[in-house]
Design a protein around this ligand. Structure first.
Ligand code: MIG
Length: 817
């Protein structure tokens, strides 16, 4: 009796608390619940759930798109991150078995469990690469998606992070933040990419969460046996992208979010920056500094002090009384000038830009409609609302007119946005979001990208045949359609040398290929040795720029004494020699979304030894660098993936699949030459057998001289594909077939080494001749035959090379051993 009474009381209590629990707002996460039914429409499938609904579509060449709504209602699809011309939809076929539904499209299938509603993601051969554990849920407007963490999976993604490439076991926040002087593990930083790649059983898949709210990824830092995605609002919309190669995942991801258009070729030259070079005669000193030493350079930057009181689109007339003439004079000497622009507009009733924006009502607002005013360099500032199409047009026009003075590109800084004191704008500020209205909470992470979009779209509209150069600090998925990036305010410390590699590789693995870092470190004063080690990495980066802060020692490549000047010059010259490799990699990116700087796992995902390498990288598909990232090191260990490799500077041959130790001396140019016969021996750089590495003569700036001959370094052994891409480097004519793409296919057996050459495109400015140098020939070949005819060749017995020259239209080269 007593027991029953107690039971009734208990039940009553539970019932009441359940009811009151519902009446109150509670903080539980609610998951999808059960499937209540489904219907097919437009090739896609919509499921009704206990808690709302889910719409599933399949995009050709990408994968499944999953959209949850916990109210059951969907807003029309809108996203700044994904491309405007979405891939077409593919019909999804639905079939049933006892407990599940099977959805099939493309190369994947989804297994839908009905009670509770959960999705498993499979390849069409039945390989399950991802699986909901708790699945999709929400707490109020907050959303989450929780999947199973497969044992042994490595996770890459989220873009630029000063951390190991493999994110497993940690969690990360996405909230663009100006955090100068970051350390290992500092986060979040300037850029956000809600995209990751998982890799297990040698098979890769990617997930892109198309949501710009502040978010968090938990790769097992808290959840341990699950992977969690949380966002503070917005739709839970994600794309599931199956590889199984990482290459394929990135190809599909960049089909969805876009690729980097070919940049002006000069932007791949060496760039010199400082906060701030002024007055004008300082730029002439700099120009003379490079040209008199024959150290190549293409770009100078002007930082915020060129402006009049930090007002965008103005000059400080004391420092730069005749900017047009100055820019024209520098340009004649091959120097392009890029100026910084901050988003904050000085609140100053005598400043026409401010007044115009005010009149046209283009600034970010408070909820009562008044303009938000923050404090940045100019003092009180308003912020253009780049999510307003009218603001974008206005801003684009300002930049366009600005560039008409002779400025060659713009550098968009502080666009996280960074605001003094409060760090960024308040959550409650109001944005237009192309007529939809949104708070900063949602727009924050996209602010920098929208500024870049405003800039790029307008310039492109006005000058559709020109290539534009924009450098931005903040970014979000899709930024690669508009701008190059750099890693913000690093420091002249040894830990920063090492950190730059995974940061740049991380950005590349998030679809943004054009990235670099402040060579020498932004803060602090580097020693000659530190600067040199920074430069040895930086010279191979897509963006190759020295930049430094006020109050630090001057950081020009010749500022560290005779020996370092010599080495630094050689490094910068090497960059110019390798420009064809760099440029061809950019072309490859436009076709496949491939990063330019790649982690080894990108090329060798079937080799688990590559999974956690953070201090080596590939430049393109054939070169692998293992720079020194520690003080006073004269050698280092590195991992060589399977296959035959050559050391680039001294041609030593290695069999890969193991860790080796190589010399990487810092000092003594003299002993350098003695020991290594080569001045760059301080940078361990390797090349795969079978590769063709196109290299050109050093120029003082891109386009200084017409290049008519290309040097081809060819490495005996192996069979590989290589490419050389050429075009005019400045226009969009390449889209009309005005380019030349030369394909090299090497083949080798024990006797012969052959290279088959094919080409397409009709670019008439392409090189006329190739100078071939075949490396790794232990004996002099009997003949070299080009298109069936024997040619003259020189054998170098000491270096095991054979050299000969051909027309650039040669189709078959045979090395008869
Ligand atoms: O509050 O414009 O990252 O490259 O030199 C610092 C001055 C503002 C931060 C950038 C840096 C630039 C600096 N800017």
């Amino acid at each position: 009796m007593k027991l029953i009474k107690t039971a009734i009381v208990l039940l009553l209590f539970l019932a009441i608390s359940a009811v009151s629990g519902r009446a109150q707002q509670n903080s539980l996460y609610h998951f999808a619940g059960n499937m209540k039914g489904y219907h097919k429409k437009d090739g896609g499938v919509t499921f009704k759930l206990t808690n709302g609904a889910v719409k599933i579509a399949y995009l050709k060449g990408v994968g499944f798109r999953i959209r949850y709504s916990f109210t059951g209602k969907f807003n029309p699809l809108f996203s700044y991150a994904t491309v405007s011309n979405m891939p077409s939809k593919e019909n999804i076929s639905v079939s049933k078995n006892v407990s599940a539904l099977l959805l099939r499209a493309g190369d994947e299938e989804l297994k839908i469990q009905k009670k509770p509603f959960r999705i498993s993601y499979l390849s069409n051969s039945g390989y399950q690469f991802m699986k909901d554990s708790f699945g999709a849920g929400h707490q109020g407007d907050k959303i989450c998606h929780i999947t199973k963490r497969y044992k042994g999976t490595v996770y890459y993604g989220l873009g630029e992070r000063p951390d190991g490439m493999n994110r497993a076991g940690q969690r990360f926040f996405l909230w663009n933040t100006d955090h100068g002087g970051y350390n290992w593990g500092t986060e979040p930083l300037y850029q956000s990419y809600p995209f990751y790649i998982g890799l297990h059983n040698d098979k890769a898949y990617g997930v892109y969460y198309d949501n710009s709210f502040k978010s968090m990824f938990d790769f097992g830092g808290q959840l341990k046996t699950h992977i969690g995605y949380y966002a503070d609002g917005g739709e839970l919309r994600f794309y599931v992208i199956y590889g199984p190669s990482i290459k394929e995942v990135l190809k599909k991801y960049t089909k969805l979010t876009g690729r980097y258009p070919l940049p002006p070729k000069w932007s791949l030259g060496y760039q010199q920056s400082r906060y701030t070079y002024y007055p004008a005669k300082e730029l002439y000193r700099l120009e003379n500094g490079f040209r008199s030493r024959n150290i190549p350079c293409d770009v100078f930057y002007l930082d915020i002090d060129y402006m009049n009181g930090y007002r965008d689109f103005t000059w400080n007339k004391n420092f730069f009384p005749h900017p047009k003439q100055m820019l024209a004079k520098l340009k004649k000497d091959g120097i392009k000038v890029v100026t910084i622009i901050d988003p904050g507009i000085k609140k100053d009733s005598t400043y026409s830009v401010y007044n115009e924006g005010l009149k046209k009502d283009l600034y970010v607002k408070y909820p009562d409609g008044s303009n938000y005013v923050g404090r940045v360099w100019p003092g009180k500032t308003t912020f253009p609302d780049f999510s307003n199409p009218k603001t974008r047009e206005w801003w684009g026009n300002l930049v366009y007119n600005w560039e008409n003075n002779g400025v060659s590109g713009v550098w968009l800084d502080m666009n996280e946005p960074s605001v003094f004191g409060g760090k960024t704008m308040p959550y409650i500020t109001v944005f237009d979001k192309d007529g939809r209205k949104a708070s900063e909470y949602e727009m924050h992470n996209e602010y920098g990208m929208l500024e870049a979009k405003a800039t790029y779209d307008y310039l492109n509209k006005k000058q559709p045949n020109k290539r534009h150069f924009i450098l931005t600090r903040a970014g979000f998925s899709g930024i690669q359609r508009y701008a190059a990036m750099w890693t913000g305010d690093n420091v002249a410390r040894w830990q920063d040398v090492g950190k730059m590699i995974p940061m740049i590789m991380g950005t590349g693995m998030a679809g943004e290929p054009f990235d670099g870092f402040d060579i020498g470190g932004f803060g602090g004063s580097p020693s000659g040795q530190l600067y040199m080690r920074f430069l040895q990495i930086g010279a191979l980066m897509p963006l190759c720029r020295t930049h430094s802060s006020k109050g630090t020692v001057m950081q020009e490549p010749w500022d560290y004494g005779h020996m370092y000047t010599y080495i630094n010059k050689k490094m910068i010259q090497l960059r110019y020699k390798l420009l064809p490799v760099m440029y061809t990699s950019f072309y490859e990116h436009t076709q496949t979304g491939a990063p330019i700087i790649r982690p080894l796992v990108y090329e060798y995902q079937d080799d688990p030894h590559t999974y956690n390498i953070n201090d080596q990288f590939m430049l393109g598909d054939h070169l692998m660098a293992a720079p020194v990232v520690q003080k006073d090191q004269n050698s280092r260990k590195l991992y060589l993936p399977k296959g035959t490799w050559y050391e680039f500077f001294n041609d030593t041959k290695y069999e890969g699949g193991k860790t080796i130790k190589v010399a990487a001396p810092i000092r003594a140019v003299d002993t350098y030459n003695k020991i290594y016969n080569h001045p760059y021996a301080g940078l361990p750089l390797f090349v795969q057998a079978g590769s063709v590495i196109p290299m050109q003569k050093v120029q003082q700036y891109v386009g200084q001289k017409k290049i008519t001959n290309m040097n081809l370094r060819v490495y005996n052994g192996g069979s590989r594909k290589s490419e050389l891409y050429e075009d005019d480097g400045v226009s969009q004519n390449y889209k009309k077939d005005d380019y030349r793409l030369t394909h090299f296919q090497t083949e080798s057996d024990s006797r012969d080494f052959n290279i088959n050459v094919t080409m397409n495109g009709k670019y008439s400015g392409a090189v006329k001749t190739f100078t071939w140098k075949i490396y790794g020939l232990n004996n002099q070949p009997q003949y070299v035959i080009v298109d069936g005819r024997k040619v003259d060749a020189q054998y170098d017995a000491k270096n095991h090379t054979e050299t000969f020259k051909t027309d650039a239209k040669a189709m078959k080269v045979e090395i008869k051993k």
